[in-house]
Design a protein around this ligand. Structure first.
Ligand SMILES: [Zn+2]
Length: 256
């Protein structure tokens, strides 16, 4: 439990691959559950492209989650993050640790990836972003990214953003009875979730592709989107679940 998972370091480098065009400099962050109540998260100031095991800290989730309903100063937030760090201090967890802690507390979620892919920044700044999130263009978008993307209008990073993500995600779970695979942050970027790392990676990969498809389609006007019946059918079909597993396995083997 006290060692950073190799796959977390590897997926960090993958997110910063220039071909993906998702993360440069110190952008983005990743996290993975280490136990019921602890998780690994990128430390503040490290770059995903060059990060090694010493760029991650092990954080206690419960003290972080207990701060959600309090109004803290910036200094209180820093102190709280520092005191929740178990392994990796004196490095300080990323300010986005709040949203990682909450998302990792959802049943079934073990991995959270976050970055700023160019096509998704374009969509996240589009006036129709909420409508785009509620629609799907092609079947594999549903298979990897779920039936809908959670939309979160722009909020300042840190605790305010984590609270906005929580509220929007709770509404999604009430509707779909499952956790979302993709969350789009207004004027900001993409978060993906998975039961394991390959799922979160496949959602990111397909999310970027879907972002490109949407930007191209929107340049010609509002596209023909899949009907809600088709979305529900694909999201629930056993053969699509089989397809889902194949895509996740491919994402995992690509990583090795
Ligand atoms: Zn970000």
């Amino acid at each position: 439990m006290n060692e950073v998972p190799t796959e977390l370091v590897e997926v960090s480098h993958w997110l910063a691959d220039p071909e993906l065009d998702a993360v440069i400099l110190a952008e983005g962050n990743v996290s993975q559950a280490a136990s019921e109540s602890t998780f690994w998260v990128k430390a503040s100031g490290f770059q995903l492209g060059s990060i090694a095991a010493n760029g991650f800290v092990l954080v206690d989730a419960n003290p972080i989650l207990s701060l959600f309903d309090s109004n803290l100063s910036d200094q209180d937030v820093k102190d709280a993050l520092r005191s929740a760090t178990r392994v990796g201090a004196p490095a300080v967890p990323s300010v986005e640790t709040f949203m990682h802690a909450w998302l990792l507390s959802l049943p079934g979620v073990t991995t959270v990836l976050h970055g700023h892919p160019v096509p998704l920044i374009a969509i996240a700044s589009h006036p129709d972003a909420p409508k785009i999130c509620a629609n799907r263009l092609f079947p594999d978008e549903i298979v990897c990214c779920g039936p809908e993307t959670v939309w979160v209008p722009y909020v300042d990073p840190g605790l305010p953003l984590a609270k906005a993500i929580r509220d929007a995600t709770v509404a999604y779970i009430e509707k779909w009875q499952d956790f979302p695979r993709t969350i789009l942050l207004g004027n900001h970027g993409l978060i993906t979730l998975g039961t394991n790392l390959p799922q979160a990676k496949a959602a990111f990969q397909m999310g970027v592709k879907a972002g490109r498809a949407w930007t191209q389609a929107l340049s010609m006007g509002w596209p023909n989107v899949l009907s809600s019946d088709s979305i529900a059918r694909i999201a629930g079909r056993p053969d699509e679940h089989h397809r889902q597993r194949l895509l996740w396995a491919a994402a995992a083997s690509e990583q090795q």
